[in-house]
Design a binder for this molecule. Sequence first.
Ligand code: ADP
Length: 465
Amino acid sequence: SGARVRRAHGRRLPQYLERGVDVKFSDVAGLGKIRLELEEIVKFFTHGEVYRRRGVRIPGGILLCGPPGVGKTLLAKAVAGEAGVNFFSISASQFVEIYVGVGASRVRSLYQEARDNAPSVVFIDELDAVGRERGLIKGSGGQERDATLNQLLVCLDGFEGRGNVITIASTNRPDILDPALVRPGRFDRKIYIPKPGLIGRMEILKVHARKKPMSDDVDYVAVASMTDGMVGAELANIVEVAAINMMRDGRTEITTDDLLQAAQIEERGMLDRKERSPETWRQVAVNEAAMAVVAVNFPDLKNIEFVTIAPRAGRELGYVRMKMDHMRFTEGLLSRQSLLDHITVQLAPRAADELWYGKGQLSTIWAETADNARSAARTFVLGGLSEKHYGLSNFWVADRINEIDTEAMRIVNLSYERAKEILLRNRKLVDAVVDELVEKKSLTKQEFFHLVELHGSLEPMPPSI
Ligand code: ADP
């Protein structure tokens, strides 16, 4: 795309920028009339001056509302792609999970970067995670969210009418958003994206079939009819699974049958997500319990607020909420050891899967947290916190990338062993937490710490590196 990133001398490279976003409206199918509204948003960028001259106010933010997987993120990218502007994104759950106090500073840097590299689209995924009406949250978690929310409001107001930075947010719950967020000049335009109907599903299947070797006689109507209630993400998946099916059979074209079989697999998966089997509940519980049990060993992560395996927003498997010690954390500033501890916690699910289910039965349940660990380890190395102290000035030199990754991998491996060690020492505690999670689905702070008292074996951990 035509977007350029300015790299002023000495300034950090933007952290929230997604490079190479090259999505066009033609990649998003089944939109019907919604497309016109989005084309207008593109015009705010390309013809901003005309709007301003005629006194037409450009909205501060656009809210894309709809269930997960209908293409909200894809659409936001398409707006940036069509307008040829930079795309900055963050998931609002990143504002609020785990570290208290970091949220507001992340919002500030996100907007700073977007402004420095304007014109740009700022995309906030799952806005309801931070924008929930204030009265609805109690306790200190609420205060944290307030600080983040207030910062977001300040940033949104700062851009009113300018039109060179436009915020697009997605939510499945526009009804619970703080009224301050939807006031004029802020998220004052709502676009609803429903699940696709029969025609929509057919079009989405076809978009994803474009890059695949489809047989000429594929019956898209049949596949679309079979997939009632499914969203774009699931339909995209069906095409992928069908392609794998074809490869496995050593054929060169994807047939209607491949698609129908894949649709059945997707359908079953959909049911699993709603109606988990006892084994699945237990496996999710092992993962979440492991995170909580490892975290409770670390001074800055031990403030577990609650542990749950109830599905949230149809996406995550479970959720552990930790509150960090405020005194030791100025905004956005983690101590070296805390960052290492954080990495260890993120590896706990993977370690638990190995310890509880064995190497032969590893699932991919931990993929997301392992990913967090990996990127935190890179941050650690890039920030000059590892023994080797990479200087900040030269960490983008290409020939050092391997070195950085090697060092990040070493840190991940060490942390992984550390997670295993803690889990082995606390087997009984993990089992007890798992049993209660399976039964109750969620544990309060009190319930969790009661089990820690009964079964925990917490020893001060020596510094890891
Ligand atoms: P959301 O943000 O609403 O949760 P995403 O935009 O992340 O959904 O969708 C995930 C993926 O599903 C997309 O990257 C795309 O491959 C596919 N997808 C979803 N909706 C559509 C659509 N309307 N047209 C084409 N592909 C879609």
